[in-house]
Design a binder for this molecule. Sequence first.
Ligand code: FAD
Length: 484
Amino acid sequence: MADDLYDVVVVGAGVSGCAVARELSRLRARVCVVDREEDVCCGTSKANSAIVHAGFDAQTGTLMAKFNVEGNERMWKLAQDLDFKVRRCGSLVVCTSEEDLPGLEALLERGRANGVPDLRIVDREELVAMEPHISDLAVAALWAPTAGIVDAFGLNIALAENAAQNGVEFRFNALVNGIHRVEEDWELLLANGQSIRTRCVVNAAGVFADAIHNMVSEHKIRIIPRKGEYLLLDTTAGDHVQHTIFMLPSVMGKGILVSPTVHGNLLVGPTATDVDDPESTDTTSDGLREVAEKCALTVADVPLREVITSFAGLRAHQPDHEFIIGEIEDAPGFVDCAAIESPGLTSCPAIGVYVTDIVRNLLSLEEKDADKWIGTRTGIPSLEGAPVSYWAELAQQDPAYGNVICRCRHVTEAQILAAIHRPLGARSLDGVKRRVTAGMGRCQGGFCSPKVMEILERELGLGPEEVTKCGPGSELIVERGEAQ
Ligand SMILES: Cc1cc2nc3c(=O)[nH]c(=O)nc-3n(C[C@H](O)[C@H](O)[C@H](O)COP(=O)(O)OP(=O)(O)OC[C@H]3O[C@@H](n4cnc5c(N)ncnc54)[C@H](O)[C@@H]3O)c2cc1C
């Protein structure tokens, strides 16, 4: 057996791959996660609605329905163990015409069949009491108190950090562009010229999971990137609604939602448009106009002048609208975790456990001794809203807490240093942003980016031209000119 043989290589460091990696880290196994990007959470996991869905949407009996409900149940304990932000704010699916009430009833019945607890339909009077800004068109809503919102970056990073704490290796800037059998094992060829040999592969490559699957199987799959565009509003608009407000869903998805976020913003979107390019995450004027117009159907007076940015994410949609999870029949030892479209974020804690069971059985892996596995992790504390006396106390212990770098989100140098020097620490501006929110505020990094760049330069020993926004190819300073 080769010295460099892994038991499992997970392709993809989004929430699916990292949830699997964290569960695998409970086992006596050599595990590596590879990702084409420079950091975790650079694919769909970074650009979505960040809702912990209750579980009434997916067809009863599907993996989607099962993992949604199980994932929701697991999410709250996971958030405690791994210290990322969640809020159980509940969701309302708003019906805007009497004619559509049977659709709302059907959703209620499906939710109950899926095992979602405490669902009920609220009438207009109750709805207005819950949401004073609900639209005049609203006649009733499906109330799901178990739904919530999550810090999607925080979830992804926490899973990855905890997996790393437990011995999982990570390789970034590692694009897998070929896979073939070598005896009983798999060899993954990387675009950087390296190769990795492993007994088992888990394919969690998001919108590229079809490309990875199709490298090893005669039974081809097809992922259709389905774009969703959003508007993000400032924290001044964050309490315009208290719950996640959905429209009645259609075949293209759950419609335009209006939701608070765990960071105090208001999120409006997404659209649903099938695109050819799995890297097409640009926003369009048509898409954003649709978001701005349709949100008024469910919520009145959304303060759109408070928009601070727009973004788009890509759902890994497949024609059967079902997760593809399991060992590939004609590729023993190769496990798909593919077509993980919404509710993939919610489902990831359950998917991690399920995929790990498959791998454990395939390779006959044993659990580590209980004292060899660390089940908790502490995040970087946020200082937003903390009393000044607390800041002062921290700054006395460590002056870096007295140096505010991001004024919009109140992020200090101490937190940025923590983001850089943790396991799998930030290497870029976006890496810092995802970990401590510096640059996520009203000015979108206009003030703090140069300061964060200086800190990255100093702490990582980089030249100014080497600091990037999000990895190779996104350098921010091209060349230094002479002062005139
Ligand atoms: C608009 C939108 C809204 C959504 N809203 C919600 C929601 O509110 N709630 C919810 O539960 N879910 C939601 N989802 C779904 C959720 O975001 C996804 O299911 C989830 O993020 C998928 O995670 P993943 O790890 O499977 O994929 P990704 O996060 O895309 O990770 C895949 C990783 O694989 C890497 N990769 C790809 N190809 C290669 C290769 N060849 N070599 C190496 N690495 C590779 C990529 O770089 C990427 O990091 C939404 C999705 C979208 C697009």
